[in-house]
Design a protein around this ligand. Structure first.
Ligand code: UD2
Ligand code: MN
Length: 588
């Protein structure tokens, strides 16, 4: 590029970003990407910091405040290109392919692509027309202020800064009392001195807390919320980009009802090319037997309750966990987070169950959209072992909140039974003290479409007399169900017969393939999520003769060649049609 072209691009970019930006102050620029070019100011002198409760604080003093107020939004890492503007994806040049692959591991996303994109890149406004017109009604002066809490462990420089810039570029700044960054003992140098210096450039008070011990995201968020002072807390992951008008709808809901916990629609920032891709506005949060958070379609009853209005918040059974606003005093009233949880996982369902069962509610606001870089894998370590940590957290959620329904989790994840969940007395006392409703209430009233049926006749293995058990053999939707030697462990041999007649393996249902030949296999198919079982998925159990009968075809599940389960003509004498259901509770 010639100098002139560069200037042209820079000018365009500034226009692109809107009129709110000051010009660059090159002398004060914190060195671009410190991963690549390790420059930048020395770390501030250590007497800037305050030690409190084992954490190191850098408090905002009046000098900083003045400094911050004088500053406008000054970008520091800003490539002189328009790559990625309007949320577009970027193509890594072919001579950088190798670097791209190598550095993907740093954060489990394409760091090289992220570095090609301005930290101030523009994004399209994906809100519905109704949302846009509603937005005009918000009066900023009437909305409560917010403390935005962002925790991170070894976050990439550019994604972290883009998170901050997007928040400061696209929020009414008078609403942001502060942004609190909690560095969960990262071991990357740029997240110390350079970051401390960089954040002073924003015209919003940004505070950073460097934890001296790896706390995990749950306890790191607790440290952040304790340092917060605004009326509302808002948690964000460290690799998000907020879009126009994202903040006001969230604050408005919490303001109108302090027991509402509200999340935005979480759009997708591609982990490969950083394209901003919209997510559906008719998706809500659920969970499966593994106690993983899952997205499912909003069922018709909720669409109807909202009068099919694309601007009305969706009452959701669960939230994904990373991005939500909550009244600060309500957050503590309802039990904050479970301090016994480590690193990652489980806290999202825990807070979801708790809020609903203890008198609050969860919403997804379709007028607030925030992009998030979803990753296929976590890039960081799990001190204590990944499976152990995840099972520990999930088991705490199950033990404290799920009553007898915790068996669905243990049947599906048998190894979780052997993990030490730790002391849960405080959490159980909390549930007592708040007089929370039980999990059955939650399933019936909040989430009747749940993969865990609120009412079921059996849970566990389904076996013939000679110990042949129904087995998914690890298959997913479309897979053929087989019979295999019973192992008594659950897992692929864990099924539930729900009272409404579904034979479920998590969110998969046993289905007839429809044919009436001798060979019509019994397969797995996604269960209905709209509250009305698919007729192909309906079965009845005759506990006298052990037959499992497909309601539509009146044919029986039978073991055929190669241990395939098929539907065959029902005959009482046939051993391979005689099934025993684990923990069968009998007809009601
Ligand atoms: C999702 C949530 C995440 C959290 C998680 C379950 C969204 C978009 N994300 O997974 O917020 O609820 O489910 O626990 O809903 N971090 C630390 N210390 C750690 C580990 C992580 O500070 O020991 C930070 C991390 O840098 C990030 C945040 O916590 O900023 C969330 O972690 P993630 O992005 O790896 O989680 P994600 O999006 O896969
Ligand atoms: Mn994340």
């Amino acid at each position: 590029n010639t100098n002139k072209e560069r200037q042209q691009l820079r000018a365009e970019r500034l226009v692109d970003r809107g009129a709110n930006h000051n010009t660059y102050d090159d002398d004060k620029m914190v060195g671009a990407n410190p991963m690549k070019q390790p420059r930048g100011p020395p770390a501030p002198p250590s007497n800037d910091y305050v030690q409190k409760k084992g954490v190191t604080y850098k408090p905002i003093d009046s000098k900083d405040k003045l400094y911050l107020e004088r500053l406008m939004r000054v970008p520091a890492f800003d490539p002189l290109t328009k790559d990625g503007s309007q949320g577009g994806g970027v193509q890594v040049p072919s001579n950088q392919e190798e670097e791209k692959t190598k550095r993907f591991k740093e954060n489990q996303f394409n760091v090289v692509a992220s570095e090609m994109i301005s930290v101030n890149r523009t994004l399209p406004d994906h809100r519905s027309d109704k949302c846009r017109s509603n937005a005009e009604e918000y009066k900023v002066a009437d909305l409560p202020t917010v403390s935005i809490i962002i925790v991170f462990h070894n976050e990439a420089w550019t994604t972290l800064l883009r998170t901050l810039h997007s928040v400061c570029n696209r929020s009414p700044l008078e609403l942001i009392q502060e942004i609190i960054l909690v560095d969960d003992m990262s071991d990357r140098d740029y997240l110390k001195g350079p970051l401390d210096a960089y954040i002073r450039r924003f015209n919003v008070p940004i505070r950073i807390i460097h934890l001296e011990k790896r706390s995990g995201l749950i306890r790191a968020r607790l440290t952040g919320s304790e340092a917060a002072s605004a009326k509302v807390l808002l948690f964000l992951d460290a690799h998000v980009e907020v879009t126009d008008g994202w903040l006001e709808p969230l604050l408005d809901r919490v303001h109108k009802d302090r027991t509402v916990v509200v999340a935005p629609i979480i759009d997708v920032i591609s982990d490969d090319d950083f394209e901003y891709v919209t997510a559906s506005d008719t998706t809500w949060g659920g969970f499966n037997w593994h106690l993983n958070f899952r997205w499912y379609s909003v069922p018709p009853r909720e669409m109807k309750r909202r009068n099919h209005d694309r601007a009305t918040p969706i009452k959701t059974p669960t939230i994904a966990g990373g991005l939500f606003a909550i009244d600060r005093s309500y957050f503590y009233e309802v039990g904050a987070y479970d301090e016994g949880m480590e690193v990652w996982g489980g806290e999202n369902l825990e807070i979801s169950f708790r809020v609903w069962m203890c008198g609050g509610s969860l919403e997804i606001h379709p007028c607030s959209r925030v992009g998030h870089v979803f990753r296929k894998q976590t890039p960081y370590t799990f001190p204590g072992g990944t499976a152990r940590v995840i099972h520990h957290n999930a088991a705490r959620t199950a033990e404290v909140w799920m009553d007898e329904y915790k068996e669905f989790f243990y049947k599906m994840v048998p190894s979780a039974r052997r993990v030490d969940a730790g002391d849960m007395t405080d959490r159980r006392n909390l549930r007592e003290r708040l007089k929370c409703k039980n999990f059955k209430w939650y399933l019936e009233q909040v989430y009747p479409e749940s993969p865990i049926p609120s009412s079921f006749l059996s849970l566990g293995q389904i076996a013939t007399a000679n110990q042949q058990c129904m087995d998914t053999v690890g298959q997913k939707a479309g897979g053929q169900v087989k019979a295999g030697p019973c192992h008594g462990q659950g897992g692929n041999q864990a099924f539930a017969l729900s009272t409404n007649g579904e034979l479920r393996f998590d969110d998969l249902c046993l289905t007839s393939t429809g044919g009436f030949s001798m060979d019509s296999g019994v397969k797995l198919e996604k269960c209905s999520t709209n509250g009305k079982p698919n007729t192909r998925h309906l079965w009845k159990y005759n506990s006298q003769n052990g037959q499992l009968i497909n309601q539509k075809s009146e044919r029986c599940i039978s073991i055929a060649t190669e241990n395939r389960l098929v539907l065959a003509t029902c005959t009482e004498t046939e051993e391979t049609q005689r099934w025993t259901l684990d923990a069968y509770k009998g007809e009601l």
